[in-house]
Design a protein around this ligand. Structure first.
Ligand code: SF4
Ligand code: FES
Length: 258
């Protein structure tokens, strides 16, 4: 089995692909395969990783044309076709290079982000959108003397969104982020909704209104790639649909008012 890796650095006219034959080890991950590539083929290859345990989110890349965490994706499962995820098509995941998925693992940088070098992308705009949503807990009450109690019935829904590790896979799989660089993207909106439904925050519509703009809740066209690729099962699509529903209800009520 082989690893086919996207290579690019400043000054190159066009990116190239390097192919490397892996030592057979069925349990190796794509991140492990990249270490082999680095040690035995070319130590100048650039990629990000940190935890190696699907927690930090830094190793997200395009693997066999699907955004995934390299540290969590097994080479053998890819070759056996167990990890197929059908995605709604968009230009960034079109096949632009020849590869044989039965014999090769194709590794490329996350789409919708500018490439800095090889598999490293510039995540500035992704994190800027995350900052726009003010992902900071704003409690409705004063800090209690002992502890702030949580309503246990609110936890299952809150946890759906709290699990996000900011890997950017959803952003890289989103056809809208591909064509509209101003769209805040699935992760930021899911996080915004997470704070909107937190029962410990002040009840109100401030959080909803923050993204009540064409680049916020209203840009999504419900392709659903974000949900399919998320390594943590976060459903941005549901958050976006619920936020829109609530905003529509608010507008209807306003119109009914004398
Ligand atoms: S929502 Fe999922 S795919 Fe998107 S950044 Fe968070 S963990 Fe990654
Ligand atoms: S290295 Fe941390 S998520 Fe993969």
């Amino acid at each position: 089995m082989k690893l086919k890796v996207y290579r690019y650095h400043e000054g190159m006219k066009e990116p190239r692909y390097d192919t490397f034959k892996l030592k057979s080890d069925p349990s190796i991950t794509v991140l492990g395969a990249l270490f082999q590539f680095q040690q035995e083929f070319d130590d100048s290859i650039a990629f990000h990783y940190s935890c190696r345990g699907a927690v930090c989110g830094t190793c997200a890349m395009l693997i066999n044309k699907v955004p995934r965490l390299a540290c969590r994706t097994q080479v053998a499962s890819l070759i056996q076709g167990e990890l197929k995820i059908p995605l709604s098509e968009f230009p960034a995941i079109e096949e632009t290079v020849k590869w044989n998925p039965e014999e090769e693992i194709l590794v490329e940088p996350l789409p919708n982000f500018p490439v800095i070098r090889d598999l490293i992308v510039d995540t500035t705009s992704f994190f800027n959108y995350y900052k726009f949503v003010e992902p900071v807990f704003k409690p409705a009450d004063k800090t209690p003397e002992k502890e702030r109690l949580m309503d246990p019935s609110a936890i299952p829904e809150l946890e759906l969104y709290t699990n996000c590790i900011l890997c950017g896979a959803c952003f890289g799989s989103c056809p809208i982020d591909g064509k509209n660089p101003d769209y805040w993207g699935p992760a930021a909106l899911a996080k915004l909704y997470r704070f909107h439904i937190d029962p410990r925050e002040k009840k109100g519509t401030d959080r909803l209104e923050l993204a009540n703009i064409p680049e916020g809740w209203w840009a999504c066209e419900f392709y659903g790639n974000c949900r399919r690729v998320c390594p943590k099962g976060v459903p941005p699509l549901i958050a976006i649909a619920k936020a829109r529903e609530q905003l529509n209800d608010i507008n209807e009520k306003k119109e009914e008012e004398p």
